[in-house]
Design a protein around this ligand. Sequence first.
Ligand code: DOR
Length: 436
Amino acid sequence: MPDRHDTTPVLLKGVRCYGEGDPVDVLAADGVIAEIASSITPPKDAEVIDAEGQVLLPGFVDLHTHLREPGREDTETVATGSAAAALGGYTAVFAMANTDPVADTAVVVEHVRRAGQACGLVDVHPVGAVTVGLNGEKLAELGTMAESAARVRMFSDDGLCVHDPLIMRRALEYSRALGAVIAQHAEEPRLTVGAQAHEGTQAARLGLSGWPASAEESIVARDCILAAHAAARLHVCHVSTSGTVDVLRWAKQRGTQVSAEVTPHHLLLTDDQLETYDPINKVNPPLRTTSDAKTLRDALAEGVVDCVATDHAPHAEQDKDCEWQAARPGMLGLQTALSVVAETMVRPGLLTWRDVARVMSERPAEIARLADQGRPIAEGEPATLTLVDPEARWTVRGAEFASIAANTPYEGMELPARVTATVLRGRVTARDGRIR
Ligand code: DOR
């Protein structure tokens, strides 16, 4: 099914674009921003959204989402994940390849792409696997996936690391030829055998085997060097340690084409949370120290870490509500990302709302080379927008999320700021917590 286009004009009244300047009215018609003016009379049949005092941003782009279709539709489908994304202010998501079957063929990526188009709530871009079956041993047919109807431009074995340096080198070389990017889950597997929590005093105290920072940092350093030699583009998934930030700063200074994302949970939560042994806090890479979280916030503000990505990872109740060792790593993120960024970055003054547009929309769109996302809020540009109430406060209830799974680590927490409407090419996809 083609992308749905709604002909109903939408008038957003009294918004502050990027949270700056005087309030304006923004009129979306025929998929684009038709007019921005201090006061616009609503055209006949227009949907009017009274958004006094609200912040208008370009639609968010998530480079890292697990939609679980095909294979684990008991935890999330493309449809339910798309709904969660729209409610969270997203207009494009990248669906990771660790599905069952793995998204390592044109058939699977085309299925995911088509399922996304059928819902039409958000642009769903399938990520192709780097290796066949995520086995780390044999390159998948990157070219076939790139040329398929899904037009794959991001490849990743996320959940697992492409640990063989020769395979990684070849993947980078091919990706360059395809105009694609390799997104690496940086984890040297020889250093994380049996790992359960960040290696440090807290893990030692709790008797959980450690996931050392060096397992991430050594792969990021290696891959930056491989990417530089291949003149290819590398994207580092879910950066979690201070040492990785140092490596990224070094690589960027020497001109390596490397970008990096941080998750909302690594900005807000730390291994202090592990005290209760509640596996809701189990995630890969693990929650790190307070000092790591502070470094990550500063690195995001500075731009060494380019963007925020959710690593939205739905899991069934039985896979989270069990003993720590048996639990699967991962947490929901799509419907809380904006609020966690507001809490950790906007409230302390590390980011302005204009900066939020950069880290949640513009930079991710650039990294993925999406021409029609992360665009300026200006007349003639796509009406692909997210409206945020900066003064809202709300209490997180996982059961109320659009996701099938409910594994949020923020259950019961009060968070600031809320997405009140999402608009994709002029069509309202979510408004006031409801899908449209
Ligand atoms: O915690 C995680 N969960 N990290 C990953 O890299 C994969 C993800 C998943 O697929 O559940």
